[in-house]
Design a protein. Structure first.
Length: 88
């Protein structure tokens, strides 16, 4: 069934994937900034030479972007109910 023949509207900002992407995006930005600014050489040495905050933050940002793309490419269609009409 094509997008134009479906009746209803998309969930938009109320799609759970958008909410999850927003949360991961916010945490991803915070952790990425912490990895760039507030990580000492001692912290990196404790993590076997890997800046865990930086890589975790980048991973969260990629995950958020994938969720947003998924929501954009495959939107959830909310069917119209009998009481709704577009002529009102």
């Amino acid at each position: 069934m094509s997008q134009s023949t479906r009746r209803g509207h998309t969930a938009g900002a109320f799609d759970i994937r958008v909410i999850i992407a927003a949360l991961f995006g916010i945490y991803g930005v915070v952790i990425t900034v912490m990895g760039l600014v507030a990580t000492s050489a001692e912290d990196i040495a404790k993590a076997a030479g890997i800046n865990i905050n930086l890589w975790s933050g980048i991973g969260m940002l990629i995950f958020a972007a994938l969720f947003l793309l998924w929501a954009r490419w495959r939107p959830i269609i909310v069917p119209e109910t009998q009481g709704e009409s577009s002529a009102e």
